[in-house]
Ligand binder design. Structure first.
Ligand SMILES: [Zn+2]
Length: 320
């Protein structure tokens, strides 16, 4: 038995065939190229499905259902994408439009939830009963698995941990609030913090500015980490501050959910123990359950972009 999962992203669409061991046996991708009409995106996805089935050497009849991970507020019960800021769509009947094209049952899920489910089934959170996977990117994506199932609340819009406030009246967030976790703990948050630190230094003696050839717009998620590795005190201070912000939200999540495993994905997670060791130390100091024998394991996510494909491929229908 094979499964087909699609990760519909703002930049790329990737389809994959997944076997019973949760391994991707074939992949195909194309550019999302938004903005363009919903029907065209469905045509592209349907073409990718046919291509990937062929690549895997199987037949469409071998696939029972197709799962799609979509950024934004989606309704898995109706198959409707209610709102997707990245894809510029409101009330898109994605399930219906795709089943018309492929004559299959279509299951949809929020992309961060699908990625968390993939990590739970086959990656960093394998073997857990309850897990959380967060992704540090433009924002902070999060997915919560409780008793082996995706938890997204009564209206499927839950698990938006990136929008919990950790600094009252803090940085402005796209959601309209101030001080949301993602404005500090995302890659964007780290980049902003790094730029501010550089602007606070004397230009002629800033290590980071020199490393960027004087061009502050070149700051990325590893600028401060690299500076720290090279003995720069400003870079080290940025990393320390960033880890505190990241850790603050993680402690909040652990205090509420007490997952077996909390895994972290996204480019910054490639820092590995440079990020994780001080993060664990922070969480150990701050967590409510200091005296419990069993504690949440904090680790890096392992599947990268494949998590969303595997999670989408393995989605189960939800009750209406
Ligand atoms: Zn927010």
């Amino acid at each position: 038995m094979f499964h087909l999962g699609i990760d519909l992203g703002g930049t790329n669409i990737v389809a994959g065939i997944v076997n019973e061991k949760y391994e991707i046996v074939a992949k195909a991708s194309c550019k999302t190229a938004v903005p363009r009409p919903e029907a065209e995106i469905c045509d592209s996805m349907a073409a990718l499905c046919k291509e990937v089935v062929k690549k895997a050497g199987i037949k469409m009849a071998d696939i029972k259902e197709i799962g799609i991970g979509v950024p934004g507020a989606i309704n898995p019960a109706t198959g409707v994408v209610e709102y997707s800021a990245n894809l510029f769509f409101h009330n898109w009947d994605l399930g219906e439009m795709m089943s018309e094209r492929l004559d299959k049952r279509i299951l949809i899920e929020n992309d961060a939830n699908a990625a968390a489910y993939g990590e739970f089934l086959a990656g960093s959170a394998k073997g857990a009963t309850n897990s959380i996977t967060i992704t540090l990117g433009t924002g902070v994506g999060a997915g919560i698995i409780i008793d082996g199932k995706i938890y997204s609340g009564s209206n499927y819009a839950g698990a938006e941990m990136g929008h919990m406030v950790i600094v009252m009246d803090g940085r402005e967030c796209n959601c309209g609030r101030r001080g949301c976790w993602e404005t500090y703990a995302s890659a964007t948050g780290l980049i902003n913090m790094t730029k501010e630190a550089i602007l606070g230094e004397r230009a002629d003696s800033s290590y980071m500015l020199k490393a960027l050839d004087g061009d502050i717009s070149k700051v990325n998620g590893i600028t401060a980490f690299d500076a720290m590795r090279n003995g720069d005190a400003t870079g080290a201070a940025v990393v320390e501050k960033y880890i505190k912000y990241l850790g603050c939200g993680i402690v909040n999540a652990i205090n509420i959910f007490q997952p077996d495993i909390l895994s972290i994905g996204g480019g910054i997670s490639h820092e590995g123990e440079t990020l994780l060791a001080p993060l664990r130390a922070y969480v150990e100091r701050e967590r409510y359950t200091k005296h419990n024998d069993k504690q949440t394991v904090i680790c890096a996510a392992t599947l990268g972009n494949d998590a969303g494909i595997i999670g989408a491929a393995m989605l189960r229908p939800v009750k209406k």
